[in-house]
Design a protein. Structure first.
Length: 176
């Protein structure tokens, strides 16, 4: 993955979420404990497909794996991580996989949408033309958010949705 080259291309951004300012930042190793803390607040109903893992050691390994295989963005409210998104490159393919989580107490504030926008920029920097995500059908808010961004359902597996976003129209918007 072209992480070193891509890091320099990523914008730092900020959004207002009620009275709090939420900052989007590149994930750095110094945030590791803070990210573990965010995920330790998740209850089983806040997870999807077993991620984030509910037990501490598997959760730590999962985060470490994302640190090494994905490009990661975090959302900060002050010094507290309240959101995390990652893209995992599919080498020699035109797409990458997208995952994101927002702390349960911070949902419904546009944080997931902002993280998705940043992920789109990152995928474009990698030369990708599509982003792929699987969402549990019961997570209606996430499905609605993905639709607002431009994702469309490309497959249904039981109650779960495979969704894709074509980045070509997005690249025209981001280059304005």
């Amino acid at each position: 993955m072209q992480a070193k080259r891509t890091r320099k291309l990523i914008a730092r951004s900020q959004l207002e979420s009620g009275m709090e300012k939420i900052k989007l930042r590149e994930f750095r190793p110094r945030y590791h404990k803070n990210l573990l803390r965010m995920y330790s607040d998740f209850r089983p109903e806040d997870t999807a497909f077993g991620i984030p893992p509910s037990r501490r050691v598997p959760r730590r390994r999962w985060i470490e794996n994302l640190e090494h295989t994905g490009l990661n963005v975090i959302a900060l409210a002050g010094r507290r991580i309240v959101g995390h998104a990652s893209i995992i490159d599919a080498p020699e393919e035109d797409f990458c996989e997208f995952i994101f989580f927002v702390h349960p107490a911070f949902r419904g504030r546009g944080i997931g949408t902002s993280l998705a926008g940043e992920i789109c920029r990152r995928a474009l920097c990698l030369g990708k033309s599509r982003i792929w995500i699987v969402i549990e059908g019961k997570n209606e808010e996430a499905v609605k958010a993905m639709y607002r961004i431009g994702f469309r359902i490309s497959g249904v597996y039981g109650g779960d949705y495979e969704m894709e976003l074509d980045l070509e129209p997005v690249s025209a918007i981001l280059s304005m």
